[in-house]
Design a protein around this ligand. Structure first.
Ligand code: GDP
Length: 296
């Protein structure tokens, strides 16, 4: 569906048939194509504008490396800059605090929060040999706590026994106590979601945070929701303070533009990607791969 940016720029520069340093007009024409590619990838307009301006500064006057065409040269500058803006390198979870390390998962309902909680728990348990306890604090959605328990059994990770009627902060405190007394390395808290952000949700998440002091506060956001996901990330970051983002449904046809906008608006790294419904469909976030995907 999307023509590769490299090919499109190749055509622009084939018409120019010149080499040497990139002139302002060469770059401007190429950047029109880059702008279209970014907008098609669902990158928000203000982010696109900033990006184009900073690439322009870098590209005008750049010597074209002998082995590549001017079009490829612009693509390379664009790609490298995108990778840098997306965080440069893979960012892993920071779990060096004293055990039990608390990982708090936040996000809207349906974003993939419970699924991602279980996926991360499975990875930490299977790969890193950590002893994990998961607890659902979602008392709003019927059966949410049971859903996490089912996933826990599926991935062989313990979940906190359900006590009906207990409010979220009390569940969080009980979970922390159990994690301490039973020697768990990591406690994963699956907080309640809502269909939209509201004050009650934020107050609840803040109260859980203050009661448990998470080392990681990860926002789970659905890549398919584009600009909504970006707004969600901004508000959660302002209110609760995020340490990272888990971007789900990257297996869908979203081109990843939301990743760039979330990173640039929150300044917080995307740490993991959800790539499917299965429990092992979780990947590290590689900025270079997403840059390639955004550019098409
Ligand atoms: P929550 O309300 O945020 O806890 O969302 P859930 O974890 O219950 O997920 C909602 C739906 O999205 C479920 O059917 C999941 O299987 C599905 N889901 C979660 N993550 C992914 C993903 O990365 N890719 C795909 N395709 N589906 C996902």
């Amino acid at each position: 569906m999307f023509e590769g940016l490299s090919n499109r720029l190749g055509e622009v520069f084939d018409r120019l048939k010149k080499r040497g340093a990139l002139s302002e007009s060469d770059v401007s024409e190429a950047l029109r194509e880059v702008r279209i590619a970014l907008l098609e990838a669902d990158v928000a307009l203000p982010v696109v504008k900033d990006f184009i301006n900073s690439v322009k500064e870098r590209a005008v006057g750049a010597e074209v490396i002998k082995s590549i065409t001017p079009g490829q040269m612009v693509v390379k500058i664009v790609h490298d800059h995108l990778v840098e803006l997306l965080g440069g390198t893979v960012q892993t979870l920071d779990l060096v605090a004293a055990a039990p390390v608390v990982v708090m998962m936040v996000g809207l309902q349906g974003s993939g929060k419970t699924t991602s909680t279980a996926k991360i728990a499975k990875r930490l348990s299977d790969r890193d040999r950590k002893k994990i306890l998961m607890a659902s604090l979602d008392v709003a959605r019927p059966a949410a706590q049971e859903q996490l328990a089912v996933l826990g059994r599926q991935v062989s990770v313990a979940t906190l026994p359900i006590v009906p009627g207990q409010p979220p902060v009390e569940i969080a405190k009980r979970a922390l106590m159990v994690a301490k007394t039973e020697g768990y390395d990591v406690l994963m808290l699956d907080t309640a979601g809502r269909l939209a952000i509201d004050d009650a949700l934020m107050a609840e998440v803040e109260a859980v945070r203050d009661a448990t002091h998470p080392a990681e506060t990860l926002l789970v956001a659905d890549a398919m929701t584009g600009q909504d996901a970006v707004n969600t990330a901004r508000i959660f970051n302002e209110r609760v303070g995020l340490t990272g983002i888990v971007l789900t449904r990257i297996d869908g046809d979203a081109r990843g533009g939301a990743a760039l906008a979330m990173r640039s608006i929150t300044g917080k790294p995307i740490k993991l990607l959800g790539t499917g419904e299965k429990m092992d469909a979780l990947e590290d976030f590689h900025p270079d791969r997403i840059a390639g995907r955004i550019l098409g």
